[in-house]
Ligand binder design. Structure first.
Ligand code: FE
Length: 198
């Protein structure tokens, strides 16, 4: 005899599928529309959008000001917006301050600029630990920060989705905006890595 499973022992994929089936049966969602949304964010929208935002901010000081003041509007200037990107707040990393983003409750993430979140972002270990011991978690992920660098952890939610403007790497003064785009990684825009010169 099997015992009743507690909810969190059932894999998320199975639960999601059951939920989708239920909502479809009740006529609340259209599975084709759902597939189109997933395909869009898996294949058409990805971190390249965010990289374009960052490269623009690195090369245009007025754009950078607008981005830090009104993230969602400045991002929309470059044509990126919509689902899961209604309220994006941008924070800037510098030599002395480092920002890192988590969703401690689930996996809130700014889809229009970063696409869908990577699996580690959804991992309960990352979500709980980075809040309590960010310096250690970042070091484990390959980012060693000096002790005098101030770290701030931002908790994304359905109300506010955080986006990190990484520090422009030294030695990139002569690069064009297009060349700079290639230096900006997804991880740098979540704050678990730095942008580096190639
Ligand atoms: Fe969330």
């Amino acid at each position: 005899m099997s015992t009743p499973e507690s909810g969190d022992r059932i894999p998320a994929a199975v639960r999601t599928e059951a939920l989708e089936q239920l909502l479809t049966e009740r006529g609340l969602i259209d599975p084709d529309a759902l597939d189109r949304i997933i395909t869009t964010y898996e294949t058409n929208v990805g971190p390249l959008n965010g990289a374009k935002v960052v490269a623009r901010a690195w090369t245009d000081p007025e754009y950078r000001q607008r981005l830090l003041a009104e993230g969602t509007a400045a991002i929309r200037e470059l044509g990126f917006g919509g689902r899961q990107g209604e309220h994006i707040v941008v924070v800037e990393n510098t030599a002395t301050t480092h920002n890192v983003v988590v969703c401690s409750l689930c996996s809130c993430y700014p889809w229009p600029v970063l696409g869908l979140p990577p699996s580690w972002y959804k991992d309960p270990a990352y979500r709980s630990r980075v809040v309590k011991e960010p310096r250690e978690v970042l070091a484990e992920m390959g980012l060693e920060l000096d002790d005098d660098v101030q770290i701030t952890v931002h908790d994304s939610s359905s109300e506010v989705r955080w986006f990190v403007l990484p520090e422009r790497p030294p030695g990139t003064e002569d690069l064009t905006e297009e060349q700079l785009v290639r230096l900006v990684t997804r991880d740098a825009m979540v704050g678990v890595a730095k942008a580096r010169a190639l």
